[in-house]
Ligand binder design. Structure first.
Ligand code: NAD
Length: 480
């Protein structure tokens, strides 16, 4: 091991750091070095975790929302206090530039903080009856032990966005983090332990192969909810598996976000905000701009200004505070970016800047022009630092293009015309629309986050995120 991590890298199971017969390496996508060996969990650990989650749930749900809120509050404080360490771990294990990585830790903490405050406010409702002697009420109860499967691209916040609301309302949670980023997940568990989180309430099972752990937990009738963030194909596998035990399910999946620049847009701002929307996290966000439609009158000026700005982005070591573009997370991620650019160039696109690998897993931030329908880059999630620009003629045409996809997570529009802003925002078949706003969900622990169509089911964040972990019970009192 070359990095001093100074915390256990074993599975966190029932409040203990649990050794497993096998381990697997966590690699830095920037240097390729082995950062750590972590526990490799399988069916056996999944069964133990399920038993512990069921036992912990019985006690945890009995606490008052005030008591659970206090533990969550301490977890939040510890997360904020360890921003530096968690930011560094994020930069090391998935290559996010350190400045952004530290920002993500605060975003992750914001879910814990919001849910800590909300925990005592999950009230029931007294409902009017048609019969004068009856007093029906709706009680909200935790759904039960939860299985959470999370991605590598936001290795802390995608865990807290699920675990914080679940824990706040009284569920226990088993997290299976992405194989690329188990270290951040284990660090979150360490802080949960320090915050006084009881054994079995939050468990972390790293695994080099997600299938054995998943199989056990998906087949277990006692696990009452699966919450997943990741790719659409895996989300669909889990959706099918959830049917057998009729688990509640939330899915936050992939996207294909359009970014529409109308002829009246503020060009300078649109370019500046493209950088945020497209190149943040090296283009590896689910809400990242995947395709840019610019009104024909602005296209040339926009493309030139964007190419100049993008050429100035600093690429390199994610641990350097000045770095803006880090490596892709793995070879598969890089290969997809290369394939999308090659496909576009073969079909007539032009490189305005970038368009090449820079060694290792680094890819030059890229702007492509001359984009036409039929190119893969318009149809699939590229998940890399490549901006394809395509001109459009009118509003009706661009709305049709924007909606012509199976995805529906985020969309962005740029205009100064208020009527158009409303008209287009309402016409877009997306769960999130930014109007002159490149990061509509920024620090949005209280906002609904989720997609239409193949981008998912359910919402995270705010009261919507809490409701995903609640059952509704009718209790009716008949007065004598
Ligand atoms: P992925 O689907 O490959 O992996 C996500 C998680 O699923 C990992 O923990 C992985 O181990 C697990 N997994 C993979 N196969 C599985 C199986 N057969 N059974 C059970 N678990 C399995 O996705 P990824 O590459 O880690 O993440 C990138 C994707 O996530 C992108 O499509 C991105 O858009 C999406 N994403 C969506 C959101 C959102 O909020 N909508 C947020 C972040 C990322």
């Amino acid at each position: 091991m070359t990095t001093d991590l100074s915390f256990p890298t074993r599975a966190y199971l029932n409040g203990r750091w649990h050794p497993t017969p096998r381990t697997f390496p966590v690699l830095s996508p920037y240097s390729g070095e082995v950062l750590a060996e972590v526990s490799d969990c399988g069916e056996e650990e999944a069964r133990l975790a399920a038993d512990a989650a069921v036992a912990a749930f019985r006690e945890w749900k009995k606490l008052t929302g005030f008591e659970r809120g206090r533990i969550l509050r301490r977890w939040n404080d510890l997360l904020v206090a360890h921003q530096e360490e968690l930011g560094r771990l994020t930069a090391l294990e998935m290559g996010k530039p350190i400045t952004e990585a530290k920002g993500e830790v605060l975003y992750a903490a914001s879910f814990v903080e919001w849910c800590a405050e909300e925990a005592p406010r999950v009230n029931g409702e007294l409902i009017h009856s048609r019969f004068p002697h009856k007093r029906p009420m709706a009680l909200y109860e935790p759904v039960g032990p939860v299985y959470a499967v999370t991605p590598w691209n936001f290795p802390t916040s995608m865990i807290t966005r699920k675990a914080a609301p679940a824990l706040a309302v009284g569920c226990s949670v088993i997290v299976k983090p992405a194989e690329q980023t188990p270290l951040c997940a284990l660090y979150l568990a360490k802080l949960w332990e320090e915050a006084g989180g009881p054994p079995g309430t939050l468990q972390v099972l790293p695994a080099s192969d997600p299938v054995p752990v998943s199989k056990v937990l998906m087949e277990d009738m006692r696990i009452r909810k699966i919450t997943f963030t990741g790719s659409t194909p895996v989300g669909k596998i889990l959706y099918r598996q959830a049917a057998d035990t009729l688990k509640r399910i939330s899915l936050e999946l992939g996207g294909n976000a359009p970014f529409i620049v109308f002829e009246d847009a503020d060009l300078e701002k649109a370019v500046e905000f493209t950088l945020l929307s497209k190149y943040r996290n090296t283009g590896q966000t689910c809400v990242t701009t995947n395709r840019i439609y610019v009104h024909r009158r602005l296209e040339a000026d926009y493309a030139q200004a964007l190419a100049e700005a993008v050429a100035g982005l600093r690429v390199g070591d994610p641990l350097e505070p000045s770095t803006q573009i880090g490596p892709l997370v793995d070879k598969q991620g890089l290969d997809k970016v290369v394939a999308h650019v090659e496909d576009a160039l073969a079909k007539g696109a032009k490189v305005a800047t970038g368009g090449r690998s820079l060694g290792g897993l680094l890819y030059a931030p890229t702007v492509l022009t001359g984009i036409r329908p039929g190119m893969r880059i318009l149809e699939e999630e590229t998940f890399g630092p490549v901006a394809p620009i395509m001109p459009f003629e009118d509003e009706e045409q661009v709305i049709a293009w924007a909606n012509d996809t199976d995805y529906g997570l985020a969309a962005y529009i740029w205009t100064k015309d208020l009527s158009r802003a409303f008209r287009v925002a309402e016409a877009l078949e997306y769960g999130i629309v930014g109007v002159n706003d490149p990061v509509p969900s920024a620090m949005g622990a209280n906002l609904p986050f989720g997609g239409y169509k193949n981008s998912g089911l359910g919402r995270e964040g705010g009261r919507w995120g809490l409701e995903e972990f609640l059952e509704t019970k009718l209790v009716s009192f008949a007065l004598p």
